[in-house]
Design a binder for this molecule. Sequence first.
Ligand SMILES: [Zn+2]
Length: 408
Amino acid sequence: MASNFRRGLVLAAGGGLLAMGLAADSISEKAKKLHFSSIVVDTHDDTTQRLLDPKFDLGVRHTDGSIDIPRMKKGGLTGIFFSIWIPSKITGPEAVKRAKTQIAAVHEQARKLPKEIVLATTAGEVRAAKKQGKIAALMGVEGGHMIGNDLAVLREYAKSGVRYMTLTHSGNDEWADSSTDKAVHNGLTDFGKDVVREMNKLGVIVDISHVSDKTFYDALEVSKAPMFASHSSCRAICDAPRNMTDQMIKDLAAKGGVIQINYHVGFLSQEFRDAERKDPSINEAISKEIKTRCPDDNDEACQLIQGDKITREYVEAGKLPKVEWTKIIEHIDHAVKLAGADHVGLGSDFDGANMPYGMEDATMLPKITEALLQKGYSESDVRKILGENTLRVMSEVERVSKELNAKK
Ligand SMILES: [Zn+2]
């Protein structure tokens, strides 16, 4: 999810500039053909919180939230990483227990909807799902606090199909500093470095979204496999500490990695961030309203979905700037100019953050393909950004894992 629970409140920045007001139904034939024949992978999605509600049916179209099977199909999504997430403040056995419940909930979807969705753990399995006309469900653990300081737990997660782990969430782990907490470890501790080595062995992608800059560089040095940022944007455009600096994007790419652009308005738009900072009472009022609408403190799904809704209401009331979806294209293009089209992808943060206008849900994804073609991107570069880069990282991580296991 976006920042942490206290809603990294973000709002959006004045839409406006980019005149690409594409409607979802005005996609060119060329873009449609390209988009729907491509592997399209979203590396970060918080719908998992909704899956915990036995009444929630992923198989039918909903009027709220951003993700369900009908909308993923309409948007041409091939693969989605469901985020296994609990707040950083929950640690130890309780964290492990709740993470396992979420992993089971993702497995349960594949069992309940076998014609629509299939669990995938390798790049090859994502391609196979596409061939069968199914959506590939993947999993990432969002926050190292969920291993309970125990590599055996990490191994269990890998065994149950988890294929990336974000080293921290918005608070520090006991072994790694977060970008939105006070640094206490100077990056990764020795155990933190062991965690990265173990992830390499297990074939679990090291995800550096949320971590502090120093943690990023420590992980980059230790990891034998390419890493990715499952849902981060560019700090040069919006100075959220959760976003990556130009140098970090280049250094990640130099080791084969990928920045997966996050659609959260507070990470896309400086204007939104500034508005929030200028008047902290807006943020407080939104948090209060979330509490009213979601009286159960542990109902993260409600809090995330309502947070997005309430933020919209503030934008509509003129209290926060309106951020357009074209900001996503701006971030993609910035990262491509820095690092090349081989190192940029998509990590929406759907159902876990505040979406910009025009990217309310997965049905809007073909607009990204259309916009990149209009910008002059080649079809091959568009395919890379949509999902091929993610599959490349997965394949590399699989290869490194095999090599490391053969060695011992
Ligand atoms: Zn997040």
